[in-house]
Design a protein around this ligand. Sequence first.
Ligand code: LFR
Length: 495
Amino acid sequence: PQTAAFGAIDLGASSGRVIVGRVTPDGVGLAEVHRFPNRPVRVAGTLHWDALGLYAGILDGLRAAGTAAGRLTSVGIDSWGVDFGLVDASGALLGNPVHYRDARTEGVPDRVHATVPAADLYAATGIQHAAFNTVHQLVAARDTPQFAAARQAMLIPDLISFWLTGVAGTERTNASTTQLLDPASRDWAHAVTDALGIDPALFPPLRSPGDPAGFLLPEVLAETGLSGPVPVVAVGSHDTASAVAGVPADGGNFAYISSGTWSLVGLELDAPVRTEAARAANFTNELGVDGTIRYLRNITGLWLLQECLRQWQADGQDVALSDVLAEADRATPLRSLVDAGDDAFLAPGGMPRRIADACRRTGEPVPETRGAIVRCILDSLALAYRAAVADACRTADRTVDTVHIVGGGVQNELLCRLTADACGLPVVAGPVEAAALGNILVQARALGIVHGTLGDLRSLLRGTQHLRRYEPGDRRPWDAAAERLAALRAGVPAA
Ligand code: LFR
């Protein structure tokens, strides 16, 4: 059978990867050929992404991909959502893209809502309220000299694609995270852009997963040693869209957790749900591959754990992730709970102290040891997942029989087990590299190596990827804990 090698560029909040996927009509095998750190840089008071550093890592990765695979059939790019670079009339990047964790959007949502009330914004876009949404970042940026010089705004994967090919476009799954797109028409929400005075033509023309996105430029081929022509394919360029495409589900009754720095928890739907109940529950309707809707809630995911680890290491403790997970496994279950979705945990720095502060504020026992802190994080995350799955099912009028966990969090066995217990549902964990797999399968279909629906693509994953199943245990302690968490979120002191 025909084998083809596809390059997936997958940029995450803490690292970037270039992965080669070998695809046959029967399945897909992956090899990570290069991984590089993604280190946000604070300069002159603003937190930035190091766009050129990332691009250099991508070129190194493409070179390694060529060495590993000989030829690449095509390349696809996905990354986190919402952020963008401003580009001038000559195509030059104006400054480094600002990180969504930067404080520039503070107070901006109120200004936006004064023009377009939050309920109208939701009705038009279906996107959950978050200060970091592109709409708020654009309003925060638009009085700057940089913005005055800008002709285009390119979302991160589109910017990388532009640098690799010279062709500008805006891929729809990621465009949906701007909170400026209508998920039903899949075009810009003109009532919103008009009201806010944002010209949608600032974004290059829309394109969908599977659409051609140009060819690697001669200078890129020369830098990487790849032999051309190498087409670039628009994939689900929002990493979560590619990750959901990479969920190895069999049938439709599943919830998913895309578990990385963030946890994105929800359902795949055919049509957006923009009811008042959905808005109150802060569910988003992002676009997925093949016209699907990713109906999900953002939960501050392993960020809490990553930041604690970073703090302990900065404090000089010689400690690794596996150590703190073992300590957490031995710690008392469900002793201290926090609201893992609290905005108080969004910014970097001092995370162990902020978790202790949150417990103190709500009258929860203050966790004193590393094990207790990490247990608090994992128990709280599992409860947040349970609530998100339940709220998604309630507001979308659906039932599920399985929870799929994909992404780096799959490697956290304790969290997978706690999630099964908390949800009272079997968890299927894997694959770790769902985003790269979703990216690669969409390319492979565009190039005619595999065929069919999203369901057909997913069936290729079930045979070839390592999956682990966790059966739920006793649900009663979790029912009680969920009530306790709901009370502390509502500000009712613990009994
Ligand atoms: C995950 C993710 C989320 C998005 C957040 C910020 O990597 O893409 O889906 O809400 O990052 O862009």
